[in-house]
Write a protein that binds this ligand. Structure first.
Ligand code: GUN
Length: 294
């Protein structure tokens, strides 16, 4: 990937790499469509109408269609019960046209996200959130991999950032990003520290890291001065600051003066997450086709 250089810092262009990944996905989708006699299918389920979720869901459905993946939209009211949602998951699990199932999180209050994740067929779990897929990643046997962490790994590879032996700090320990990110970095051979609400000195853990992944969900949680000179900084945060501007978890301007590589927000891991979701959809379709023929 060609690099935009600002001073001595390389901007990690997630938008450009996502275009490349989506091109690869479109080629695989076309090949699969020829082989299966139907396009790969992705069901995207939204419960309720959280405005941020609605934007993400719309972008995912549009990106799927553009890559030649059939998109099945299911929009349910916020009042949906656990049992109605589980019945829909059951139908999608059994529907042969559907290779991937994504239920947008967070779910409205009262719905049990863990139960819903547990109900998705692990072979169709394009988010990689099912305990089976998390367990396979933990055991160095990755199958369907969580999209944002996988996006970090792909972006690093595109820019030739060697992860083996690197001292990496992940800030945030969520099931969606922080935990699977730590497993991905471990798989890649990094030495990994995970910071969470119990961490005594987050600054010290960030300051010695050669690679930082920020996944906190708080605008400018990490001051730029914490960044070790030359470090690779991956900012997963998508937040609004007091003026309504979209900002990451890292105070970008100062961090960019110190970092060796840094992702912008927007234009970093947001587009990569969608690209890796589409990649998982064709991966799921391909694995399902193989398991039927083999
Ligand atoms: N909410 C925020 N990020 C994600 C994601 O990657 N997948 C799903 N399903 N919900 C999310």
């Amino acid at each position: 990937m060609s690099s935009v250089v600002s001073g001595a810092t390389i901007l990690l262009d997630g938008k450009a790499v996502a275009v490349k990944v989506r091109g690869e996905v479109a080629a695989r989708a076309a090949e699969l469509a020829g082989r299966l006699g139907r396009p790969p299918g992705l069901a995207v389920v939204q419960v309720g109408a959280d405005p941020a979720s609605s934007i993400y869901v719309r972008n995912k459905r549009k990106a799927a269609a553009e890559a030649g993946i059939a998109s099945f939209a299911h929009d349910l009211p916020a009042t949906t019960s656990d049992s109605d949602l589980l019945a829909l998951i059951d139908r999608l699990n059994c529907d042969d046209r559907v290779d991937g199932i994504l239920v947008q999180l967070p779910l409205p209050n009262g719905l049990d996200a863990s139960r819903v994740m547990d109900a998705i067929d692990p072979g169709k779990d394009v988010d990689g959130f099912h305990a089976v897929n998390t367990g396979l990643l933990a055991q160095k046997r990755p199958a369907l991999r969580p999209c944002t962490p996988h996006g970090v790994i792909r972006l690093a590879a595109e820019y030739g950032i060697a992860l083996r032996g690197l001292r990496a700090t992940v800030v945030g320990a969520s099931n969606i990003v922080g935990r699977p990110m730590a497993l991905e970095l471990l798989l890649a051979g990094a030495t990994v520290t995970v910071c969470h609400t119990g961490t005594r000195d987050v600054e010290a853990e960030v300051a010695r890291a050669e690679l930082v992944v920020a996944a906190v969900g708080k605008p400018h949680f990490i001051p730029g001065d914490w960044i070790r000179p030359g470090a690779a900084v991956f900012d997963v945060g998508i937040n609004r600051d007091a003026t309504g501007r979209m900002v990451g978890d890292v105070a970008y301007d100062r961090a960019a003066e110190r970092a060796g590589w840094i992702t912008p927000v927007p234009g970093g891991l947001g587009p990569m997450t969608i690209a890796m979701l589409l990649s998982n959809a064709v991966e799921a379709a391909s694995r399902r086709a193989e398991s039927r023929s083999g």
